[in-house]
Design a protein around this ligand. Structure first.
Ligand code: C5P
Length: 227
């Protein structure tokens, strides 16, 4: 059977990674969470005094990029690949609200994007990949055979994210989560380099009122038709 590339882009917390994981599993494809890579760079900047409330040393971050090791390792117990930064598993640390509050500023830097996009393209070279992010169908794999663009209302997305963070025992308020979702969307869709936008040939999925099961079926059926 022919292997294809599936690109899933969209706003923050639209459930891209949930459906991307399900799809990859059902098709026997590799799943790549490109947002985790940007989060790992942001975490590095936070842990090394490069970024803080009133200070962002962009030059230092750019000069450190060559020495950063950002990679995924498959964890059989959880059934997906986890993020490693310089050899350390940072899968949980990259998901905090604090990282979410810096990541979009880190993702605006062209040098960061260039490095991660090259790595993402290498990971998808053999096809048979489902990758989710903001620029997968527009920049990373403009020739992907199947592209989705996910949307949902900001409140629906903030509620999902809030629940996720509470499940991880993070002490956050719904208002802060909503603010973060809205501010990331604004930065991501207005930045100069690779802004978040729907690729011309992407299929839009509005999932505010779609069950996970119905959403998965929709994407899976479209994938089967394309393969
Ligand atoms: O997907 P996730 O919400 O984890 O992504 C975190 C952030 O990483 C996004 O808000 C965006 O700023 C950045 N990102 C990006 N391009 C991608 C994936 C994520 O700019 N392909």
């Amino acid at each position: 059977m022919k292997k294809i590339t599936i690109a899933i882009d969209g706003f923050s917390s639209t459930g891209k990674s949930t459906v991307a994981k399900q799809l990859a599993k059902a098709l026997g494809y590799v799943y790549v969470d490109s947002g985790a890579m940007y989060r790992a760079v942001a975490l590095y900047a936070m842990q090394n005094g490069i970024i803080s409330k009133d200070h962002f040393d962009i030059e230092k971050l750019i000069s450190d990029l060559d020495s950063l090791r950002i990679n995924f390792k498959y964890n059989e117990d959880v059934g997906f690949a986890e993020m490693y930064l310089n050899g350390k598993n940072v899968e949980n640390e990259i998901r905090t609200l604090e990282v979410s509050q810096w990541v979009s500023q880190v993702a605006e830097i062209s040098e960061v994007r260039r490095m991660l996009v090259l790595q993402q393209q290498k990971m998808g070279k053999e096809k048979g990949v489902v990758m989710d992010g903001r620029d997968i169908g527009t920049v990373v794999f403009p020739d992907a055979e199947l592209k989705f663009f996910m949307t949902a209302s900001a409140e629906t997305r903030a509620k999902r994210r809030y629940k996720e963070l509470l499940d991880r025992n993070e002490n956050v308020s719904y208002e802060d989560v909503l603010k973060n979702v809205e501010s990331r969307d604004l930065i991501d869709s207005t930045r100069e380099d690779s802004p978040l936008m729907k690729a011309k040939d992407a299929i839009e999925i509005e999932n505010s009122n779609l069950s996970l099961k119905a959403q998965f079926k929709k994407l899976y059926d479209l994938a089967q038709e394309t393969i």
